[in-house]
Ligand binder design. Structure first.
Ligand code: PMV
Length: 319
């Protein structure tokens, strides 16, 4: 029997970084997925194949014996096998429809899909249980994650996420597409988060003001999203970008990309930790082509994504 789960990637529409210090963020699941397939094996090994790397180890080996990007998966395999007193080995295949390490939530989607897929070999599952396991797995490599990515990859749709873990799905009909453009600059979320913490410690008054402004901006954006008012949502995205520039997580290349995208779309900003990764631009039928054109003609790789409304999906297949 094969247990197959998939979870969507994500973009952060508003609130990255500021959420680390309270407040809230708005995230959307996107219609690009990571699929994880698991099967029990009788060789006592954990075997992982994926586009970011492969691993073959014994179920008794330490999680730290594999490269960091695969540790959450090994953690999940060991934990779930032990929880169900299984002496089996396990074969895990990971297939991604979008690149890793660019701020689109590949590691969170992978943790969610893997938790669901491995758990599905032993038991019925609830989204709450999968989310709990996925979050624990993700914290093996990124201890201070807010949990926002993992939550939206599990639930799908768009969510309002609070630092304390409270998440509410937005009740709205998405009437937009987001153009994602990759800067091709790799980044490390944890080092950008540390740098922002230093900025906050050195500039407490400015940072506190920015947090207040960000909170107001998010309230406006929530209202505008519910009303389908893309002009206001886009304007708030571009304003959010200014705050992100102020705390030093954008750079020249990202600024150029955002300015290009802003010339034709409703608004644009980086998505995720910054320093590299992707920008997003808000469009609909009226400006999707012109925005793709302006980014592509300047040599940037880009693609359009819609909001994924399904979230985590799981099925069992007879082999
Ligand atoms: O790099 P990403 O897309 O995983 O975004 C990180 C978002 C931060 O707010 C910077 C950190 C967090 O844990 O919320």
């Amino acid at each position: 029997m094969k247990s197959v789960s998939s979870a969507p990637g994500k973009i952060i529409l508003f609130g990255e970084h500021f959420i680390v210090y309270g407040g809230k963020a708005i995230l959307c699941a996107i219609d690009r997925r990571i699929t994880v397939e698991s099967e029990l094996m009788d060789n006592g090994k954990i075997e992982i194949t994926s586009s970011v790397g492969n691993a073959l180890l014994s179920t008794s080996d330490q999680v730290s014996s594999v490269e960091p990007s695969l540790r959450p998966i090994v953690h999940l395999a060991k934990k779930i096998l032990a929880e169900y007193n299984s002496t089996s080995g396990i074969r895990i295949g990971i297939y991604a429809e979008f690149p890793a390490g660019v701020g689109l939530g590949s590691s969170s989607a992978c943790c969610v899909a893997a938790a669901s897929s491995i758990l599905g070999l032993f038991a019925d599952q609830t989204r709450d249980r999968v989310l709990e396991l996925a979050l624990e797995a993700e914290r093996t490599v990124f201890e201070s994650t807010s949990g926002a990515d993992t939550t939206v990859c599990t639930l799908g749709g768009a969510i309002e996420y609070h630092r304390d873990g409270y998440a509410a799905k937005l009740d709205f009909e998405p009437n937009f597409t987001l153009i994602v453009a990759d800067s091709q600059i790799s980044h490390s979320t944890s080092s950008v988060v540390s740098r922002v913490r230093k900025y906050k410690d050195n500039n407490p008054a400015i940072f506190s003001l920015l947090c207040t402004q960000e909170e107001r901006l998010i309230e406006d954006a929530l209202e505008a999203l519910k009303n389908g008012d893309l002009r206001v949502v886009g304007q708030r995205m571009s304003q959010n970008q200014k705050y992100l520039e102020q705390i030093g997580v954008s750079n020249d290349k990202l600024n150029v990309m955002v300015d290009l995208a802003k010339s034709t779309s409703y608004g644009a900003k980086i998505t995720g930790a910054g320093d590299g990764g992707c920008i997003i631009a808000l469009v609909d039928q009226s400006n999707i082509e012109s925005t793709m054109k302006v980014l592509c003609e300047s040599g940037h790789q880009c693609f359009g994504v819609k909001v994924d409304m399904l979230g985590l999906q799981h099925k069992l297949e007879l082999t």
